[in-house]
Structures are given as C-alpha cells and as structure tokens.
Write a protein that binds this ligand. Structure first.
Ligand SMILES: [Zn+2]
Ligand SMILES: [Zn+2]
Length: 181
C-alpha cells in the first residue's frame, strides 16, 4: 500500500521530502509525493478560508475519475474551515480515503514568532499522520502525546509526540493488514 501525498503549489516549498519521510515512518507505510493535480474548490470569499468538505469533494471526484484506491493526503497552504468551526488543521473522509491538511496555522509566523523549518515539518507530518490515521479507521484518542489526540491549539499539537500510543498503534497495524487483504 502507498499513501499518495498531493502537494499544492502554494504549500510550503522544499518540505515535501522531510514531511513525507517523517509521516511515512510514523505510519509504517510508504508515501509518494506529487504536485497536486486536484482542482482547488471551496474557497469562501467572506471567510477567506477554504471549506474543507468542498475540497474533499474535489479530491473524491479526482480519485473516482482516476480509479485511485489508496489513501490520498492533500497538503495546502490556505486556511481551512468546516461548518461550526472557526478553523480546522485538517479533515479526513474515511469512506473514500481522502484527507486534507493545511499549513496555514502550523508555522510559528502565524503566531508572531520567528519561523522554524523543523517545527513546520514536524507539525505538517504529525497532522498529516493524524488525518491518514482516520483514513485507516482510527478515532480520536485521549492520550495527549498520541498522534490521534485532537489538538485545539498549537501548544497541544506540539505536545503530541511523533508516535501513536500503544492502543492506537495496535489498532492501526490491525486495520492496515485488513486493508491489504
Ligand atoms: Zn482528527
Ligand atoms: Zn492513541
């Protein structure tokens, strides 16, 4: 199995490889990277954000058209929202194997601090792995260090380690094997 990472042209440049490598080692699944071929949909003029659900519709349509089975993770730079939430770091649609993650709020600059490449790479990889975890059927976890913990703030995100807790890891390995057969 392969995770297909689609990298939007406006997403942080030059971070494709380190993010893919980190994400792939967390999940224990290989990842490929390509320039994003999916039409960017769902921009909300008033909010200046992208509706994550509309964008996932677009990924879903692309996958369907190209007969793609494997999980797809789209990485973008624009800010994401979904109904009822001011913003989201990312969103996954397990039934079709499509997920999106945004770097908009993952850089220190967004919070008025000096930029740090390593921080951004870690956060993109962690949030990417979190969304792909959903694609493998994992739910949210209450362990604050676990990848499947749902962070509301950057601090909470930074508290997460680049690993799944034992329970989530076990579930992940089990679900991965099921998808293979
Ligand atoms: Zn989640
Ligand atoms: Zn967990």
């Amino acid at each position: 199995m392969l995770i297909h990472i689609f990298w939007d042209s406006a997403a942080p440049a030059g971070f494709q490889l380190p993010v893919a490598r980190t994400l792939s080692s967390m999940l224990g699944v290989q990842a490929s990277i390509t320039d994003n071929p999916v039409r960017m949909m769902g921009y909300d003029q008033a909010r200046k954000q992208i509706n994550a659900k509309a964008l996932l519709d677009s990924v879903q349509a692309y996958k369907h058209r190209h007969n793609m089975i494997g999980p797809v993770l789209l990485v973008i730079s624009q800010d994401l929202f979904r109904d009822g939430h001011r913003f989201v770091f990312g969103l996954a649609r397990e039934t079709v194997g499509a997920a999106v993650v945004s770097g908009a709020r993952l850089g220190n600059e967004f919070y008025g601090k000096p930029a740090q490449d390593d921080d951004l790479i870690d956060r993109l990889a962690k949030e990417g792995a979190h969304e792909v975890g959903h694609l493998f059927g994992l739910a949210h976890c209450t362990v604050p260090e676990c990848i499947m913990f749902r962070p509301n703030t950057l601090d909470e995100l930074d508290c997460k380690k680049k690993m799944f807790c034992d329970t989530c890891r076990e579930q992940l390995d089990q679900n991965k094997n099921q998808k293979k057969s």
